[in-house]
Write a protein of this length. Structure first.
Length: 288
């Protein structure tokens, strides 16, 4: 398969004012990867704001599983344009059904009070770790046919997990995970593109952190897992041409749901973004 470029995912086709179509990547999962919809919806919202406005937060709900074999249409509603802030609501549509909603807020850059009470975890340097995709390449024959065919779509983001677990032999461990992220091929100097790409990458390995105390891997055939909602805040400009550290933890799971929170740091130890997600986690035997 030809080389897959990350930026191509966000080259949305304008249909008419406020309407855009994005092509889908089949990552070999049971449904459309949620990170794709996050990134494309944000890219669509960016098409409708003035160039001096930068997204600082978004809040989303996943309503229906998407089909990775079909494109997604994004309907952007202009909610408000103020002197400093703009708000957009984005609806993702497949087969005439709403599969996802996003509300995003953009801001003109302003000076203000600043503090950081978040410490970057001390973890091994990314250059000392193997890329996650290397593990799957070494275990290619153990992958499902769908995952084998989709492996190249996992390469545009170089993801390196600290103390990575064996996906085929899950064991109980504390609900913490540290992951290095970087674009494999350099991205253009476009902050919106870097933010959309980080939104895409923020869904990798996230909800599965809540599975770790239970000794269950995402490949478990009896597991049903799906994102319910996902929120993200951008604190500083992000640059995915350099390594970013994604520190995740899951403080709670119960009632067939798990919650996870994340902090994303640059190599200078600056907190550049924060994330939260809740999702369904259900073993089929528990619902029989």
């Amino acid at each position: 398969m030809a080389e897959v470029k990350m930026s191509s995912l966000f080259e949305l086709e304008p249909i008419e004012q406020g309407l855009f179509r994005g092509q889908s990547w089949d990552l070999g999962f049971r449904a459309l990867f949620g990170g794709q919809v996050l990134g494309q919806a944000l890219a669509a919202a960016y098409r409708t704001v003035e160039p001096d406005r930068v997204v600082h937060s978004f809040h989303t709900y996943f309503l229906l599983p998407g089909d990775a074999k079909k494109p997604v249409v994004y309907d952007v509603e202009v909610v408000r344009d103020g002197r400093s802030f703009s708000a957009r609501r984005v609806k993702a549509i497949q087969d005439g059904k709403n599969i996802f909603y996003m509300t995003a807020s953009f801001q003109v850059e302003q000076a203000g009070m600043s503090h950081q009470y978040a410490d970057m975890p001390k973890v091994p340097d990314p250059t000392t770790l193997d890329s996650d995709v290397t593990f799957y390449e070494k275990n290619f024959e153990r992958l499902s046919t769908g995952m084998q065919e989709a492996l190249s779509y996992h390469k545009p983001i170089d993801i390196r997990t600290v103390d990575a677990a064996d996906s085929f032999r899950a064991k109980a461990r504390e609900p913490f995970r540290h992951v290095w992220l970087k674009a494999r091929e350099p991205l253009a100097d476009d902050l919106g593109l870097h933010q959309a790409t980080l939104a895409y990458a923020s869904d990798y390995h996230f909800l599965s952190t809540a599975l770790q105390p239970h000794g269950i891997g995402v490949s478990d055939k009896g597991l049903r897992i799906a994102t319910i909602d996902h929120a993200m805040w951008f604190h500083r400009p992000v640059n995915l041409n350099d390594w970013l550290l994604y520190a995740m933890e899951s403080p709670f799971s119960g009632n067939s749901r798990g919650i996870v929170k994340g902090q994303i740091f640059n190599q200078q130890g600056e907190l550049v973004a924060s994330t939260m997600q809740e999702g369904m986690m259900r073993k089929m035997s528990e619902t029989a």
